[in-house]
Write a protein that binds this ligand. Structure first.
Ligand code: HAM
Length: 460
């Protein structure tokens, strides 16, 4: 890893605008606040993570979906909860040239449900199991682990409801954390926030309780009371906090069915050997949830310690104009996953290394090198060539920097004799072979098993 890459990897974003070190000249163009580049060294993590996700999702019958990076604003505004933090404060909303309001997706569930309805997926065999790996956008206060553009892997399972499916979904998330080597660092938090009906009855009870007390409420809390009374419980307003202490308690409104459902989920999780912590305060940030909600936390970590979360959203498809369709889903934050892997010193296998560097001198040699490089690559040998100008010595120095095991050298003499030099860079020895023996000789040395050969026709 070079210094520049090391500096940029998972940049811990500072609170202040710039942290210019005295005397250091900054390039004139920088990433906007709250976003970061994913440099090649981090892509090794992304490639590894995506491979695991694809494998686990395929095993479980999920298929990949990509929805657009932006949707009509209403898709999020109406369906995530009009007074959630994401909708009120964190959406990147803009007008297009025709004055239509669009929003960069802050999360994946609403877009997937929109696609589910738009493409008539309720007619497909149920449950419909979809997953995505995409960037999302939230205008949040940047800090380590919290970005304005971040990556999520998420899945949604629509069309069936059973406590066993909840346990299975949690297990899928867990298995992926396990494959990534960080499951042991996380604790599963579990809660049941009741069914839609008891939530409605509870909401009414809260409204009744606050009726006549409106004058003590802030403007924001008055809106909460009107639009989603449950949100008033998150209020930071002093008077509301005092009033909340005597407000009706949700536990008294949870239906016996929800209690039984929750017990079943816990039983299945226990049978699967999955440990969990019952967390009665876990509510999640969107209004579409009901019944089971869960998150994976690194409890040892301060700050942004949730690596993923999800839950049931049985009312969302209907709310968005589809048939009543039970559903459950989950999303994990990949930027946080990578940081967690690094904190736990988890290294990922990489294929991003070269086998051969082809160095040449003179116009004639270059002409010979071009097809030779192509032949090496066609045979799965990862090859780079210095086709620009430069003395052989200089090219060898570059080859050294790329840490290639072998160099192929072709100068004027070699061209005339129809030969090439193969240099073993690790021991410094070299042999001269005829052109047509270069590829087989290299393959013999690196071994067939290490060739990077891929058949575009093989199944994806
Ligand atoms: P969420 O809890 O908002 O859920 O996000 C899921 C994960 O995305 C978080 O646990 C966190 O790891 C990561 N994340 C969220 N915001 C940021 C950020 N600003 N910077 C870095 N990482 C972040 C959802 O988005 C739901 N749509 C999940 C779901 C799917 N529920 C049902 N289906």
């Amino acid at each position: 890893m070079n210094n520049q890459e090391e500096k940029n990897v998972n940049t811990e974003i500072e609170e202040d605008e710039g942290d210019l070190i005295e005397g250091e000249r900054q390039p004139p163009f920088q990433t906007p606040k709250g976003v970061h580049d994913i440099l090649p060294v981090d892509h090794e993590y992304y490639t590894f993570i995506k491979k695991i996700i694809r494998h686990r999702c395929r095993q479980a019958g999920f298929r990949r979906i990509t929805t657009p990076a932006f949707e009509y604003t209403e898709v999020f505004k109406r369906n995530l909860g009009e007074i959630t933090d994401v909708v009120t404060k964190e959406m990147y909303t803009f007008l297009d040239k025709k004055g239509r309001s669009l929003t960069l997706r802050p999360e994946g569930t609403a877009g997937v449900v929109r696609a589910f309805i738009q493409h008539g997926m309720s007619e497909s065999p149920q449950p419909v199991a979809l997953y995505y790996i995409e960037p999302f956008f939230r205008y949040e206060r940047p800090q380590a682990g919290r970005y304005r553009q971040f990556w999520q892997f998420g899945f949604e399972l629509m069309g069936e409801s059973d406590a066993a499916l909840d346990a299975q979904s949690i297990l899928l998330a867990y298995r992926i954390f396990q494959d990534l080597g960080i499951a042991d660092t996380l604790k599963l938090q579990l809660n049941n926030i009741g069914d839609l009906n008891s939530r409605e009855i509870y909401a009414q009870a809260l409204k009744d309780y606050f009726c006549g007390k409106e004058r003590y409420l802030s403007e924001e809390d008055k809106i909460r009371l009107k639009k989603n009374p449950l949100r008033i419980l998150d209020s930071k307003h002093e008077d509301t906090i005092i009033l909340n202490q005597s407000a009706p308690i949700f536990k008294d409104f949870v239906s016996p069915e929800s209690v039984a459902y929750h017990e079943k989920v816990k039983e299945y999780l226990t049978d699967l050997g999955l440990e969990f912590i019952e967390n009665k305060n876990l509510v999640r940030g969107f209004d579409y949830y009901n019944q089971t909600v869960f998150e994976f936390w690194d409890e040892k970590k301060q700050g942004q310690n949730s690596l993923g979360g999800g839950g049931k959203f049985d009312g969302l498809v209907e709310l968005m104009g589809g048939q009543p369709t039970p559903a459950i889903g989950f999303a994990m934050g990949l930027d946080r996953v990578i940081a967690q892997m690094k904190r736990n010193k988890i290294r990922v296998p990489s294929k991003d290394y070269l086998h051969v560097f082809v160095a040449q001198l003179g116009q004639e040699a270059k002409k010979v090198c071009l097809p030779l490089i192509d032949q090496l690559r066609e045979n799965g040998v990862k090859t780079m060539g210095a086709l620009g100008k430069g003395a052989i010595k200089y090219q060898l120095r570059i080859a050294d920097k790329f840490k290639v095991p072998y160099c192929v050298l072709i100068g004027l003499t070699e061209v005339r004799e129809g030969k090439a030099i193969i240099r073993d860079m690790r021991v410094g020895t070299q042999v001269t072979v005829p052109f047509d023996k270069v590829v087989p000789e290299i393959i013999k040395r690196i071994g067939k098993i290490d060739l990077d050969y891929y058949d575009p026709k093989s199944p994806v």
